[in-house]
Design a protein around this ligand. Structure first.
Ligand code: ADP
Length: 498
C-alpha cells in the first residue's frame, strides 16, 4: 500500500486519493500482515481512503507501547500536559477545513455539522487543559491523632477506546481526551466505517502537537474484524479499561466480557429519545425543535429525538408545521453547504430504516412526509398512527425518521417516554417553563432539556446515559470514570494496629 509520508500529503489523482497507516508508539506503520482496506464516501460510494487493516498483533504492539508510555505520562507535570492540550487545540483549528472535508467525505455529515464538531473538539481540548489541575482527591478526617489521611485519584493504566462512526470527530476525540487528562495512555480502535476521522486524524493532530510516543495509538481494522483487536484488549493485563461508544447490542457484549475479565468499562450507548410537547407549548417553536432534533445528521446521532409525544390539544397544528419544516430541510449532497440531511452511512442502515417503516405502515402507520430515498440519501420522514409496539416506535433507528404520537396529558407522555429501558436524553417543550421543569425531573434520562433540543452538547457538561444507555460522562466528571480512588495515610508517629 502507498504510505502517507506526512500528515498533509495526499496523492492527487488515483482513487482512493488518501492512504493511512496505523499509529503505534509515535510511528506510522503498515499492518503486521501488510493488509489494507478501502473506506467509501457514503454519498458518492467512491473509495475515499485506503487504510491499514490492523489485527491482533498490531493491537498487542499498541498496548505494549501504551503500557511503556504510561508511568511517564501519568507523572508529567500538569503544566506540560496543559501545553500539549492547548497545542492540540491549535492544530485542530489550523486543520479545520481539511478535517471538515474529511468528515463530509468519510461520514456524509453536513458542512454545518462538520464545523460545529471542530468547534466542539477545540473547546473540549481547552477544557482538558484545565482538568489536569482539577483536585485529584480529598483530605479525610481520622480517629487517630497525627494521622494524615487522604483519598487520592490515580490513573488506571492503558485505556482501550472503541469509537463509533456516527459521532464524527467529537466522540473519537472525547474518547482520548478524558482518559489522557486523567493520566492514562490510550489505544484507539476506530470504527471500520470511518477510521480516518474516528481515530487516525486524532493521532495526526496529537502527534503534531507533540504528545509523547505511545501515549496515544490508533489501530484501524477492516470491516468485520474488530474481534481480534478486542481479544487483544481483553487478554492484556495492561489494559485496565474498555471505553466504548456505540450500540447497545455491542456494548452489552463488551460489558459482559469486561465483567468476566474484571476490567473497568465505560459504556456510552444508544437510546430512544423522546420529545414531550406540552399543551401550552409554542407550536411553531416545538415543530422546529422536533424537526431539527430528529433529522439533523440524518438521525444518526445517538442524541437525536426518535419519538415526539404531543398533547392532543395541539397535535394537528404541530404535525402540520413539523411536516412543513421537514420539507424545507436541504437534502442531498453533503458537500453542498446548504444540505442539512445527507446520506446514511451505508446500505445496511438504509435497508434497516426502510424495513422498519414498511413494518409500521403494514400495521397501520401513515407516512406524512418523506419515506423515499435516492442513493443513500433518505428524505426526512414523519410517521404517525404507529402502533406502540412497532420496532420503529421502540428501537433506535439511525435514519431521519420521527414517530409522532398524540397523548392525552403529561402523565401519559411521561409513562410512554419512560417505558423503554433506555435513558440517554430527552427534551420537553413547554410554554410554562416551570411546568416543563417539573416534567423534566420525572424523565428517566441522563440529560433532559427544557425548551431546547436533545442535541444540546456542551462538553463541560456531564453527558451520558442511565439504565440501558450505559454509564460514563463527558466533562470533568469523566476523570472519575478513568481513575481509581486510593486511600493513602501517613502516621505522625508509630501506631500499632490493635
Ligand atoms: P454500528 O453497528 O452502528 O457500527 P457498533 O456498536 O457495532 O455500531 O459499532 C461501534 C464500535 O464497536 C465500532 O468501532 C465497531 O467496530 C465496534 N465493534 C463492533 N463489534 C465489535 C466487537 N465484537 N468487538 C469489539 N468492537 C466491536
Amino acid at each position: 500500500m502507498a504510505t502517507r509520508p506526512s500528515p498533509t500529503d495526499s496523492a492527487p489523482a488515483a482513487a482512493p486519493a488518501r492512504s493511512y497507516r496505523l499509529f503505534v508508539d509515535g510511528r506510522w506503520s503498515d499492518a503486521a500482515d501488510g493488509r489494507t482496506f478501502q473506506v467509501l464516501d457514503p454519498y458518492t460510494r467512491e473509495p475515499y481512503a485506503e487504510v491499514a487493516a490492523g489485527g491482533r498483533q498490531d493491537a498487542e504492539r499498541a498496548i505494549a507501547a501504551a503500557a511503556a508510555a504510561f508511568e511517564e505520562w501519568a507523572a508529567l507535570a500538569p503544566a506540560a500536559k496543559r501545553k500539549l492540550f492547548q497545542r492540540a487545540a491549535d492544530v485542530v483549528e489550523r486543520r479545520r477545513t481539511e478535517t471538515a472535508e474529511a468528515l463530509i467525505a468519510e461520514t456524509g455529515c453536513s458542512a454545518g455539522f462538520a464545523g460545529h464538531m471542530q468547534d466542539a473538539v477545540q473547546t473540549n481540548l481547552h477544557h482538558a487543559a484545565s482538568w489536569v489541575y482539577e483536585p485529584r482527591g480529598e483530605v479525610l478526617g481520622s480517629d487517630y491523632p497525627g494521622t494524615f489521611s487522604t483519598a487520592v485519584r490515580r490513573p488506571l493504566g492503558v485505556v482501550a477506546s472503541i469509537t463509533p462512526w456516527n459521532g464524527g470527530s467529537v466522540l473519537p476525540w472525547r474518547s482520548v481526551i478524558s482518559p489522557l487528562a486523567a493520566g492514562n495512555t490510550v489505544v484507539v480502535k476506530p470504527s471500520e466505517e470511518s477510521p480516518v476521522t474516528a481515530g487516525l486524524l486524532v493521532a495526526e493532530a496529537l502527534e503534531e502537537a507533540g504528545f509523547p510516543a505511545g501515549v496515544v495509538n490508533v489501530v484501524p481494522h477492516a470491516p468485520g474484524e474488530a474481534g481480534p483487536i478486542a481479544d487483544a484488549f481483553y487478554e492484556s493485563d495492561d489494559v485496565r479499561c474498555i471505553n466504548f461508544i456505540g450500540s447497545v447490542a455491542t456494548g452489552r457484549m463488551l460489558a459482559e466480557r469486561a465483567g468476566r475479565t474484571l476490567k473497568r468499562s465505560v459504556m456510552e450507548l444508544g437510546g430512544f429519545n423522546p420529545l414531550l410537547v406540552l399543551d401550552d407549548a409554542d407550536v411553531d417553536y416545538a415543530a422546529v425543535v422536533a424537526s431539527l432534533s430528529a433529522f439533523f445528521h440524518q438521525g444518526q446521532i445517538c442524541l437525536n429525538v426518535r419519538k415526539a409525544l404531543v398533547a392532543r390539544a395541539i397535535y394537528e397544528p404541530f404535525v402540520e408545521k413539523l411536516v412543513a419544516h421537514a420539507r424545507t430541510l436541504g437534502v442531498g449532497d453533503p458537500h453542498d453547504p446548504a444540505t442539512i440531511v445527507g446520506p446514511l452511512i451505508n446500505e445496511r442502515a438504509l435497508a434497516v430504516a426502510q424495513e422498519r417503516i414498511a413494518e409500521a405502515v403494514q400495521r397501520g402507520a401513515r407516512v406524512l412526509a418523506g419515506g423515499g430515498a435516492e442513493g443513500l440519501v433518505m428524505e426526512p420522514t414523519v410517521l404517525v398512527d404507529v402502533p406502540d409496539d412497532a420496532t420503529v416506535a421502540r428501537e433506535e433507528t439511525f435514519a431521519p425518521l420521527l414517530v409522532v404520537r398524540a397523548v392525552e396529558d403529561d402523565e401519559e407522555a411521561l409513562a410512554i417516554a419512560n417505558e423503554p429501558l433506555y435513558g440517554l436524553t430527552a427534551a420537553v417543550v413547554a410554554g410554562d417553563r416551570y411546568r416543563g421543569f417539573e416534567v423534566a425531573q420525572r424523565l428517566r434520562a441522563g440529560s433532559v432539556h427544557v425548551n431546547t433540543s436533545t442535541l444540546n452538547d456542551e462538553l463541560h457538561a456531564p453527558i451520558g446515559g442511565v439504565r440501558d444507555s450505559g454509564w460514563g460522562r463527558s466533562g470533568p466528571q469523566s476523570i472519575d470514570d478513568f481513575s481509581d480512588v486510593v486511600w493513602l495515610t501517613v502516621e505522625g508517629g508509630r501506631r500499632p494496629i490493635w
